[in-house]
Design a protein around this ligand. Sequence first.
Ligand SMILES: Nc1ncnc2c1ncn2[C@@H]1O[C@H](COP(=O)(O)OP(=O)(O)OP(=O)(O)O)[C@@H](O)[C@H]1O
Length: 481
Amino acid sequence: MTQKSGRILMVDDDQDILIAARLLLKREGILVHTESQPDRIPLLLKEEAFDAVLLDMNFAIGANTGREGFQWLRRVLEIDPTLSVILMTAYGDVGTAVEAMKQGACDFVLKPWSNERLVATLMSAMTLTASRREAAQLGARNKELAAALDQPGQILIGGSPTMARVLTLVDRAAPTDANVLILGENGTGKEVIAREIHRRSRRSSQVFVAVDLGAISENLFESELFGHKKGAFTDAKEDRVGRLVAANGGTLFLDEIGNLPLYQQSKLLSVLEQRVVIPVGGNRPIPIDVRLISATNMPVEQLESPDTFRQDLLYRINTVELRLPPLRDRAEDIPALVAHFMGLYARKYAIPPRRLSNDALARLKAYHWPGNVRALRHAVERAIILGAGDVLEAEDFSLPSAPGGAPRAAARLSPAAMAPAAGEDGLTANALTLGTLDLETVEAQVIRRALDKHQGNISHAAAELGITRTSLYRRMEKHGL
Ligand SMILES: Nc1ncnc2c1ncn2[C@@H]1O[C@H](COP(=O)(O)OP(=O)(O)OP(=O)(O)O)[C@@H](O)[C@H]1O
Protein backbone atom coordinates (compact mmCIF):
# COMPACT_ATOMS: atom_id res chain seq x y z
CA MET A 1 0.00 0.00 0.00
CA THR A 2 1.54 3.37 -0.95
CA GLN A 3 1.09 5.97 1.70
CA LYS A 4 2.90 8.81 -0.06
CA SER A 5 0.11 11.20 0.82
CA GLY A 6 0.73 10.46 4.52
CA ARG A 7 1.71 13.04 7.07
CA ILE A 8 4.60 12.79 9.51
CA LEU A 9 5.28 14.66 12.70
CA MET A 10 9.02 15.03 13.25
CA VAL A 11 10.27 16.28 16.61
CA ASP A 12 13.94 17.17 17.09
CA ASP A 13 15.64 20.13 18.78
CA ASP A 14 18.29 20.34 16.06
CA GLN A 15 17.08 22.75 13.35
CA ASP A 16 19.65 21.45 10.82
CA ILE A 17 18.27 17.93 11.17
CA LEU A 18 14.72 19.21 10.73
CA ILE A 19 15.65 21.11 7.56
CA ALA A 20 17.50 18.12 6.11
CA ALA A 21 14.53 15.85 6.80
CA ARG A 22 12.07 18.37 5.33
CA LEU A 23 14.01 18.57 2.08
CA LEU A 24 14.40 14.83 1.82
CA LEU A 25 10.77 14.00 2.58
CA LYS A 26 9.44 16.74 0.30
CA ARG A 27 11.34 15.13 -2.57
CA GLU A 28 9.71 11.85 -1.63
CA GLY A 29 6.23 13.35 -1.60
CA ILE A 30 5.76 12.81 2.15
CA LEU A 31 4.23 15.70 4.08
CA VAL A 32 6.10 16.52 7.24
CA HIS A 33 5.40 18.87 10.10
CA THR A 34 8.64 19.66 11.96
CA GLU A 35 8.72 20.72 15.57
CA SER A 36 11.65 21.55 17.83
CA GLN A 37 9.78 21.63 21.15
CA PRO A 38 8.54 18.25 22.34
CA ASP A 39 6.11 19.77 24.82
CA ARG A 40 4.04 20.92 21.85
CA ILE A 41 3.41 17.27 20.86
CA PRO A 42 0.05 16.85 22.67
CA LEU A 43 -1.33 20.04 21.13
CA LEU A 44 -0.13 19.11 17.64
CA LEU A 45 -1.64 15.64 17.88
CA LYS A 46 -4.90 17.17 18.96
CA GLU A 47 -4.97 19.72 16.16
CA GLU A 48 -3.67 17.73 13.23
CA ALA A 49 -3.93 14.23 11.87
CA PHE A 50 -0.62 12.36 11.54
CA ASP A 51 0.23 8.94 10.22
CA ALA A 52 3.57 8.50 12.01
CA VAL A 53 5.85 10.31 14.45
CA LEU A 54 9.61 10.56 14.12
CA LEU A 55 10.92 11.39 17.55
CA ASP A 56 14.36 12.35 18.82
CA MET A 57 15.40 10.69 22.07
CA ASN A 58 17.39 13.45 23.75
CA PHE A 59 16.30 17.05 24.12
CA ALA A 60 17.97 18.52 27.25
CA ILE A 61 21.48 19.82 26.53
CA GLY A 62 24.05 17.07 27.03
CA ALA A 63 21.40 14.39 27.57
CA ASN A 64 22.17 11.03 26.02
CA THR A 65 20.17 8.49 27.98
CA GLY A 66 17.10 8.64 25.72
CA ARG A 67 14.93 9.09 28.82
CA GLU A 68 13.01 12.02 27.31
CA GLY A 69 12.43 10.08 24.12
CA PHE A 70 10.84 7.24 26.11
CA GLN A 71 8.73 9.71 28.04
CA TRP A 72 7.38 11.37 24.88
CA LEU A 73 6.89 7.98 23.25
CA ARG A 74 4.58 7.00 26.11
CA ARG A 75 2.71 10.29 25.84
CA VAL A 76 2.15 9.91 22.08
CA LEU A 77 0.82 6.37 22.50
CA GLU A 78 -1.42 7.48 25.34
CA ILE A 79 -2.98 10.07 23.05
CA ASP A 80 -3.24 7.80 20.01
CA PRO A 81 -2.36 4.12 20.48
CA THR A 82 -2.69 3.50 16.73
CA LEU A 83 0.07 5.95 15.80
CA SER A 84 3.46 4.47 14.82
CA VAL A 85 6.42 6.13 16.50
CA ILE A 86 10.00 5.85 15.27
CA LEU A 87 12.67 6.92 17.68
CA MET A 88 16.01 8.38 16.54
CA THR A 89 19.22 9.09 18.30
CA ALA A 90 22.83 9.76 17.58
CA TYR A 91 23.85 7.74 20.63
CA GLY A 92 21.89 4.68 19.80
CA ASP A 93 22.96 1.29 20.82
CA VAL A 94 21.23 -2.04 20.56
CA GLY A 95 20.07 -1.86 24.19
CA THR A 96 18.26 1.44 23.72
CA ALA A 97 16.76 0.19 20.47
CA VAL A 98 15.38 -2.92 22.13
CA GLU A 99 14.00 -0.90 25.04
CA ALA A 100 12.32 1.54 22.63
CA MET A 101 10.59 -1.27 20.79
CA LYS A 102 9.50 -2.84 24.08
CA GLN A 103 7.88 0.41 25.07
CA GLY A 104 5.84 0.52 21.89
CA ALA A 105 8.04 2.23 19.27
CA CYS A 106 7.61 0.60 15.91
CA ASP A 107 11.20 1.17 14.78
CA PHE A 108 14.46 2.86 15.57
CA VAL A 109 16.73 5.07 13.40
CA LEU A 110 20.35 5.98 14.06
CA LYS A 111 21.66 9.43 13.18
CA PRO A 112 23.13 10.19 10.72
CA TRP A 113 20.52 8.27 8.79
CA SER A 114 20.66 6.74 5.37
CA ASN A 115 18.04 8.55 3.27
CA GLU A 116 16.81 5.40 1.67
CA ARG A 117 16.43 3.60 4.99
CA LEU A 118 14.68 6.55 6.65
CA VAL A 119 12.11 6.78 3.85
CA ALA A 120 11.52 3.02 3.87
CA THR A 121 11.09 3.03 7.66
CA LEU A 122 8.62 5.90 7.48
CA MET A 123 6.63 4.21 4.74
CA SER A 124 6.21 1.02 6.70
CA ALA A 125 5.39 3.00 9.87
CA MET A 126 2.58 4.78 8.02
CA THR A 127 1.27 1.51 6.65
CA LEU A 128 1.34 0.07 10.16
CA THR A 129 -0.67 3.02 11.50
CA ALA A 130 -3.23 2.57 8.70
CA SER A 131 -3.62 -1.12 9.45
CA ARG A 132 -3.93 -0.54 13.18
CA ARG A 133 -6.68 1.97 12.50
CA GLU A 134 -8.38 -0.40 10.14
CA ALA A 135 -8.11 -3.16 12.74
CA ALA A 136 -9.86 -0.97 15.31
CA GLN A 137 -12.70 -0.41 12.83
CA LEU A 138 -12.81 -4.09 11.96
CA GLY A 139 -13.03 -4.97 15.64
CA ALA A 140 -16.11 -2.80 15.98
CA ARG A 141 -17.59 -4.27 12.79
CA ASN A 142 -16.93 -7.80 14.00
CA LYS A 143 -18.75 -7.05 17.22
CA GLU A 144 -21.77 -6.00 15.18
CA LEU A 145 -21.49 -9.12 13.04
CA ALA A 146 -21.25 -11.34 16.10
CA ALA A 147 -24.34 -9.65 17.55
CA ALA A 148 -26.15 -10.33 14.26
CA LEU A 149 -25.19 -14.00 14.38
CA ASP A 150 -26.76 -14.26 17.81
CA GLN A 151 -30.10 -13.15 16.38
CA PRO A 152 -32.34 -15.87 15.07
CA GLY A 153 -33.25 -15.48 11.40
CA GLN A 154 -36.25 -13.22 11.05
CA ILE A 155 -39.24 -14.52 9.18
CA LEU A 156 -41.18 -11.90 7.30
CA ILE A 157 -44.88 -12.52 6.90
CA GLY A 158 -46.83 -10.38 4.48
CA GLY A 159 -49.29 -12.05 2.11
CA SER A 160 -51.95 -9.33 2.30
CA PRO A 161 -52.35 -7.10 -0.79
CA THR A 162 -51.08 -4.01 1.09
CA MET A 163 -47.97 -5.83 2.32
CA ALA A 164 -47.45 -7.40 -1.10
CA ARG A 165 -47.20 -3.88 -2.53
CA VAL A 166 -44.61 -2.96 0.10
CA LEU A 167 -42.65 -6.13 -0.61
CA THR A 168 -42.59 -5.36 -4.34
CA LEU A 169 -40.98 -2.02 -3.51
CA VAL A 170 -38.54 -3.78 -1.17
CA ASP A 171 -37.64 -6.08 -4.04
CA ARG A 172 -36.93 -3.21 -6.39
CA ALA A 173 -35.14 -0.96 -3.92
CA ALA A 174 -33.03 -3.57 -2.13
CA PRO A 175 -30.30 -4.14 -4.73
CA THR A 176 -29.92 -0.45 -5.66
CA ASP A 177 -28.07 0.99 -2.66
CA ALA A 178 -30.66 3.81 -2.62
CA ASN A 179 -31.41 5.37 0.75
CA VAL A 180 -34.73 4.12 2.10
CA LEU A 181 -37.08 5.74 4.56
CA ILE A 182 -39.63 3.45 6.23
CA LEU A 183 -42.69 5.07 7.75
CA GLY A 184 -45.16 3.32 9.98
CA GLU A 185 -46.67 3.15 13.44
CA ASN A 186 -44.78 1.51 16.28
CA GLY A 187 -44.60 -2.23 15.97
CA THR A 188 -45.56 -2.44 12.29
CA GLY A 189 -42.29 -4.18 11.40
CA LYS A 190 -40.07 -1.33 10.20
CA GLU A 191 -36.92 -2.99 11.49
CA VAL A 192 -37.97 -6.34 10.03
CA ILE A 193 -38.32 -4.64 6.62
CA ALA A 194 -34.98 -2.85 7.01
CA ARG A 195 -33.24 -6.18 7.69
CA GLU A 196 -35.02 -7.70 4.71
CA ILE A 197 -33.75 -4.92 2.44
CA HIS A 198 -30.23 -5.55 3.73
CA ARG A 199 -30.62 -9.30 3.22
CA ARG A 200 -31.65 -8.79 -0.38
CA SER A 201 -28.96 -6.16 -1.08
CA ARG A 202 -25.46 -6.42 -2.47
CA ARG A 203 -24.21 -5.69 1.04
CA SER A 204 -25.88 -8.74 2.57
CA SER A 205 -22.57 -10.37 3.50
CA GLN A 206 -21.56 -7.20 5.30
CA VAL A 207 -22.76 -5.88 8.62
CA PHE A 208 -26.23 -4.48 9.45
CA VAL A 209 -25.94 -1.93 12.23
CA ALA A 210 -29.15 -0.74 13.90
CA VAL A 211 -29.04 2.47 15.91
CA ASP A 212 -32.06 3.51 17.93
CA LEU A 213 -31.74 7.28 17.80
CA GLY A 214 -34.58 7.62 20.26
CA ALA A 215 -32.61 5.75 22.90
CA ILE A 216 -29.36 7.75 22.69
CA SER A 217 -29.09 10.57 25.16
CA GLU A 218 -28.46 13.94 23.56
CA ASN A 219 -24.96 14.36 24.94
CA LEU A 220 -23.83 10.94 23.71
CA PHE A 221 -25.25 11.32 20.21
CA GLU A 222 -22.00 12.32 18.51
CA SER A 223 -19.82 9.93 20.44
CA GLU A 224 -22.15 7.01 19.71
CA LEU A 225 -22.49 7.77 16.01
CA PHE A 226 -19.14 9.30 15.11
CA GLY A 227 -16.93 7.80 17.83
CA HIS A 228 -14.55 9.63 20.13
CA LYS A 229 -10.89 9.87 20.93
CA LYS A 230 -9.61 8.94 24.33
CA GLY A 231 -9.72 11.98 26.63
CA ALA A 232 -12.19 13.90 24.42
CA PHE A 233 -14.41 14.23 27.52
CA THR A 234 -14.29 13.00 31.11
CA ASP A 235 -15.75 9.56 30.47
CA ALA A 236 -13.80 8.93 27.27
CA LYS A 237 -11.32 6.49 28.79
CA GLU A 238 -10.58 4.73 25.49
CA ASP A 239 -10.89 5.49 21.81
CA ARG A 240 -14.32 4.50 20.59
CA VAL A 241 -15.26 3.59 17.05
CA GLY A 242 -18.60 5.21 16.13
CA ARG A 243 -21.53 3.16 14.84
CA LEU A 244 -21.27 4.83 11.42
CA VAL A 245 -17.71 3.61 11.05
CA ALA A 246 -18.62 0.18 12.41
CA ALA A 247 -21.27 -0.03 9.68
CA ASN A 248 -18.70 0.66 6.97
CA GLY A 249 -19.31 -1.42 3.87
CA GLY A 250 -22.71 -2.50 5.18
CA THR A 251 -26.13 -1.07 6.03
CA LEU A 252 -26.83 1.49 8.71
CA PHE A 253 -30.35 1.44 10.11
CA LEU A 254 -31.30 4.67 11.88
CA ASP A 255 -34.47 3.96 13.82
CA GLU A 256 -36.66 6.75 15.22
CA ILE A 257 -34.94 9.36 13.06
CA GLY A 258 -37.94 11.65 13.55
CA ASN A 259 -36.91 12.02 17.19
CA LEU A 260 -33.65 13.84 16.45
CA PRO A 261 -33.55 17.46 17.55
CA LEU A 262 -32.88 19.88 14.69
CA TYR A 263 -29.25 20.59 15.60
CA GLN A 264 -28.41 16.88 15.59
CA GLN A 265 -30.18 16.56 12.26
CA SER A 266 -27.71 19.16 10.89
CA LYS A 267 -24.76 17.16 12.15
CA LEU A 268 -26.10 13.97 10.63
CA LEU A 269 -26.82 15.72 7.34
CA SER A 270 -23.29 17.06 7.02
CA VAL A 271 -21.84 13.58 7.66
CA LEU A 272 -24.13 12.07 5.05
CA GLU A 273 -23.25 14.78 2.54
CA GLN A 274 -19.51 14.61 3.05
CA ARG A 275 -19.39 10.85 3.61
CA VAL A 276 -16.77 11.24 6.34
CA VAL A 277 -16.95 11.35 10.11
CA ILE A 278 -14.59 13.01 12.52
CA PRO A 279 -14.68 11.38 15.97
CA VAL A 280 -15.27 13.70 18.93
CA GLY A 281 -11.90 15.12 20.00
CA GLY A 282 -10.30 13.81 16.81
CA ASN A 283 -8.95 15.49 13.76
CA ARG A 284 -8.75 12.73 11.18
CA PRO A 285 -11.75 12.43 8.90
CA ILE A 286 -12.71 8.77 8.42
CA PRO A 287 -14.40 7.98 5.11
CA ILE A 288 -17.65 6.03 5.42
CA ASP A 289 -19.45 3.91 2.90
CA VAL A 290 -22.86 2.89 4.21
CA ARG A 291 -26.26 2.19 2.77
CA LEU A 292 -28.70 4.16 4.83
CA ILE A 293 -32.11 2.94 5.90
CA SER A 294 -34.06 5.17 8.24
CA ALA A 295 -37.36 4.67 10.01
CA THR A 296 -39.79 6.72 11.99
CA ASN A 297 -43.29 6.52 13.42
CA MET A 298 -43.67 10.27 12.97
CA PRO A 299 -46.71 11.12 10.84
CA VAL A 300 -45.62 12.22 7.39
CA GLU A 301 -47.16 15.72 7.74
CA GLN A 302 -44.95 16.33 10.75
CA LEU A 303 -41.90 15.03 8.93
CA GLU A 304 -42.60 17.39 6.07
CA SER A 305 -42.79 20.39 8.37
CA PRO A 306 -39.50 22.36 8.47
CA ASP A 307 -40.25 23.20 12.12
CA THR A 308 -39.78 19.56 13.05
CA PHE A 309 -37.52 18.08 10.44
CA ARG A 310 -34.83 19.50 8.17
CA GLN A 311 -36.18 19.14 4.67
CA ASP A 312 -32.70 18.80 3.13
CA LEU A 313 -32.10 15.83 5.44
CA LEU A 314 -35.46 14.37 4.45
CA TYR A 315 -34.53 14.56 0.73
CA ARG A 316 -31.28 12.83 1.46
CA ILE A 317 -32.79 9.91 3.37
CA ASN A 318 -36.00 9.28 1.44
CA THR A 319 -34.83 8.38 -2.07
CA VAL A 320 -37.24 5.49 -1.67
CA GLU A 321 -40.10 5.83 0.80
CA LEU A 322 -41.95 2.81 2.15
CA ARG A 323 -45.13 3.15 4.16
CA LEU A 324 -45.94 0.19 6.36
CA PRO A 325 -49.67 -0.16 6.89
CA PRO A 326 -50.89 -0.65 10.47
CA LEU A 327 -51.95 -4.19 11.30
CA ARG A 328 -55.66 -3.21 11.47
CA ASP A 329 -55.47 -2.42 7.72
CA ARG A 330 -54.12 -5.86 6.85
CA ALA A 331 -56.10 -8.26 8.96
CA GLU A 332 -55.52 -10.84 6.19
CA ASP A 333 -51.99 -11.24 7.59
CA ILE A 334 -53.19 -12.05 11.10
CA PRO A 335 -53.77 -15.83 10.67
CA ALA A 336 -50.28 -16.37 9.25
CA LEU A 337 -48.69 -14.13 11.89
CA VAL A 338 -50.54 -15.89 14.72
CA ALA A 339 -49.58 -19.33 13.37
CA HIS A 340 -45.96 -18.22 13.10
CA PHE A 341 -45.83 -16.80 16.63
CA MET A 342 -47.66 -19.83 18.08
CA GLY A 343 -45.02 -22.12 16.62
CA LEU A 344 -42.22 -19.83 17.76
CA TYR A 345 -43.37 -19.64 21.39
CA ALA A 346 -44.38 -23.29 21.64
CA ARG A 347 -40.76 -24.11 20.73
CA LYS A 348 -39.36 -21.45 23.02
CA TYR A 349 -41.31 -22.64 26.07
CA ALA A 350 -41.12 -26.32 25.09
CA ILE A 351 -44.91 -26.60 25.04
CA PRO A 352 -46.65 -28.98 22.60
CA PRO A 353 -48.11 -27.16 19.55
CA ARG A 354 -51.66 -25.90 20.10
CA ARG A 355 -54.54 -25.09 17.77
CA LEU A 356 -56.53 -21.91 17.65
CA SER A 357 -60.32 -21.80 17.91
CA ASN A 358 -62.24 -20.16 15.07
CA ASP A 359 -63.77 -17.73 17.50
CA ALA A 360 -60.33 -16.72 18.82
CA LEU A 361 -59.04 -16.12 15.30
CA ALA A 362 -62.10 -14.06 14.43
CA ARG A 363 -61.57 -11.94 17.56
CA LEU A 364 -57.88 -11.49 16.81
CA LYS A 365 -58.72 -10.41 13.25
CA ALA A 366 -61.37 -7.97 14.43
CA TYR A 367 -59.24 -6.29 17.09
CA HIS A 368 -57.75 -2.93 16.05
CA TRP A 369 -54.21 -3.65 17.38
CA PRO A 370 -52.93 -0.19 18.36
CA GLY A 371 -49.57 -1.84 19.16
CA ASN A 372 -49.53 -3.60 15.77
CA VAL A 373 -47.53 -6.78 15.12
CA ARG A 374 -45.45 -6.39 18.27
CA ALA A 375 -48.59 -6.39 20.41
CA LEU A 376 -49.99 -9.38 18.53
CA ARG A 377 -46.75 -11.22 19.14
CA HIS A 378 -46.91 -10.52 22.87
CA ALA A 379 -50.57 -11.53 23.00
CA VAL A 380 -49.72 -14.88 21.41
CA GLU A 381 -46.79 -15.37 23.77
CA ARG A 382 -49.07 -14.79 26.74
CA ALA A 383 -51.73 -17.13 25.38
CA ILE A 384 -49.17 -19.87 24.82
CA ILE A 385 -48.01 -19.58 28.42
CA LEU A 386 -51.43 -19.23 30.03
CA GLY A 387 -53.75 -21.23 27.76
CA ALA A 388 -54.73 -24.45 29.44
CA GLY A 389 -56.28 -26.66 26.74
CA ASP A 390 -55.13 -28.01 23.40
CA VAL A 391 -57.10 -25.27 21.69
CA LEU A 392 -56.42 -21.61 22.40
CA GLU A 393 -59.58 -19.63 23.00
CA ALA A 394 -60.23 -15.91 22.65
CA GLU A 395 -60.03 -15.43 26.44
CA ASP A 396 -56.45 -16.68 26.45
CA PHE A 397 -55.37 -13.56 24.56
CA SER A 398 -56.50 -11.00 27.15
CA LEU A 399 -58.01 -8.78 24.49
CA PRO A 400 -60.07 -5.76 25.52
CA SER A 401 -63.76 -6.56 25.09
CA ALA A 402 -64.36 -3.75 22.59
CA PRO A 403 -61.89 -1.85 20.45
CA GLY A 404 -60.36 0.78 22.67
CA GLY A 405 -62.15 -0.67 25.67
CA ALA A 406 -60.47 -1.41 28.95
CA PRO A 407 -58.30 -4.52 28.91
CA ARG A 408 -58.85 -7.37 31.26
CA ALA A 409 -56.45 -7.27 34.14
CA ALA A 410 -53.39 -9.20 33.03
CA ALA A 411 -53.04 -12.51 34.77
CA ARG A 412 -50.24 -12.80 37.26
CA LEU A 413 -48.29 -15.16 35.10
CA SER A 414 -48.36 -13.12 31.92
CA PRO A 415 -45.02 -12.10 30.43
CA ALA A 416 -46.00 -8.53 31.10
CA ALA A 417 -46.50 -9.36 34.74
CA MET A 418 -43.15 -11.14 34.77
CA ALA A 419 -41.47 -7.85 33.85
CA PRO A 420 -40.06 -5.96 36.85
CA ALA A 421 -42.90 -4.85 39.07
CA ALA A 422 -43.77 -1.20 39.28
CA GLY A 423 -41.80 0.53 41.96
CA GLU A 424 -38.53 -1.15 41.10
CA ASP A 425 -37.91 1.34 38.36
CA GLY A 426 -39.51 4.50 39.53
CA LEU A 427 -42.90 3.95 37.92
CA THR A 428 -44.72 4.61 41.14
CA ALA A 429 -43.23 8.06 41.59
CA ASN A 430 -45.85 10.45 42.90
CA ALA A 431 -48.21 7.56 43.54
CA LEU A 432 -49.74 9.35 46.49
CA THR A 433 -50.90 12.22 44.32
CA LEU A 434 -52.71 9.83 42.01
CA GLY A 435 -55.47 9.12 44.47
CA THR A 436 -55.01 5.33 44.56
CA LEU A 437 -52.44 2.93 45.78
CA ASP A 438 -53.41 0.04 43.57
CA LEU A 439 -50.14 -0.76 41.85
CA GLU A 440 -51.62 -1.72 38.49
CA THR A 441 -53.78 1.39 38.31
CA VAL A 442 -50.96 3.65 39.38
CA GLU A 443 -48.65 2.14 36.79
CA ALA A 444 -51.21 2.65 34.04
CA GLN A 445 -51.78 6.25 35.09
CA VAL A 446 -48.10 7.07 35.24
CA ILE A 447 -47.52 5.57 31.82
CA ARG A 448 -50.46 7.45 30.36
CA ARG A 449 -49.10 10.68 31.81
CA ALA A 450 -45.65 10.06 30.36
CA LEU A 451 -47.15 9.27 26.95
CA ASP A 452 -49.32 12.40 27.03
CA LYS A 453 -46.40 14.53 28.07
CA HIS A 454 -44.33 13.27 25.14
CA GLN A 455 -47.21 13.24 22.66
CA GLY A 456 -47.10 9.49 22.28
CA ASN A 457 -43.36 9.38 21.60
CA ILE A 458 -42.41 5.97 22.96
CA SER A 459 -38.67 6.59 23.20
CA HIS A 460 -39.03 9.83 25.10
CA ALA A 461 -41.71 8.45 27.41
CA ALA A 462 -39.58 5.36 28.13
CA ALA A 463 -36.55 7.55 28.85
CA GLU A 464 -38.57 9.66 31.27
CA LEU A 465 -39.92 6.57 33.01
CA GLY A 466 -36.43 5.11 33.25
CA ILE A 467 -37.34 1.90 31.43
CA THR A 468 -36.51 0.48 28.01
CA ARG A 469 -38.85 0.86 25.07
CA THR A 470 -39.53 -2.86 25.08
CA SER A 471 -40.47 -2.73 28.71
CA LEU A 472 -42.74 0.23 28.05
CA TYR A 473 -44.41 -1.60 25.16
CA ARG A 474 -45.11 -4.59 27.39
CA ARG A 475 -46.66 -2.38 30.02
CA MET A 476 -48.72 -0.41 27.48
CA GLU A 477 -50.02 -3.63 26.12
CA LYS A 478 -50.75 -4.94 29.59
CA HIS A 479 -52.83 -1.86 30.31
CA GLY A 480 -54.36 -1.72 26.81
CA LEU A 481 -52.86 1.70 26.12
N1 LIG B 1 -44.18 -8.95 8.79
C1 LIG B 1 -43.75 -9.51 9.92
N2 LIG B 1 -43.51 -10.83 10.01
C2 LIG B 1 -43.08 -11.41 11.16
N3 LIG B 1 -42.85 -10.71 12.29
C3 LIG B 1 -43.06 -9.40 12.27
C4 LIG B 1 -43.52 -8.72 11.09
N4 LIG B 1 -43.63 -7.42 11.37
C5 LIG B 1 -43.27 -7.26 12.65
N5 LIG B 1 -42.92 -8.43 13.20
C6 LIG B 1 -42.51 -8.63 14.61
O1 LIG B 1 -43.08 -7.59 15.37
C7 LIG B 1 -42.17 -7.02 16.29
C8 LIG B 1 -41.97 -5.55 16.00
O2 LIG B 1 -41.32 -5.38 14.75
P1 LIG B 1 -40.27 -4.21 14.49
O3 LIG B 1 -39.38 -4.04 15.66
O4 LIG B 1 -39.68 -4.42 13.16
O5 LIG B 1 -41.29 -2.97 14.43
P2 LIG B 1 -40.94 -1.43 14.30
O6 LIG B 1 -41.98 -0.85 13.40
O7 LIG B 1 -39.52 -1.27 13.90
O8 LIG B 1 -41.18 -0.94 15.78
P3 LIG B 1 -40.70 0.44 16.46
O9 LIG B 1 -41.46 1.53 15.75
O10 LIG B 1 -41.12 0.28 17.84
O11 LIG B 1 -39.22 0.55 16.27
C9 LIG B 1 -40.90 -7.82 16.13
O12 LIG B 1 -40.89 -8.78 17.12
C10 LIG B 1 -41.01 -8.48 14.78
O13 LIG B 1 -40.38 -9.68 14.79
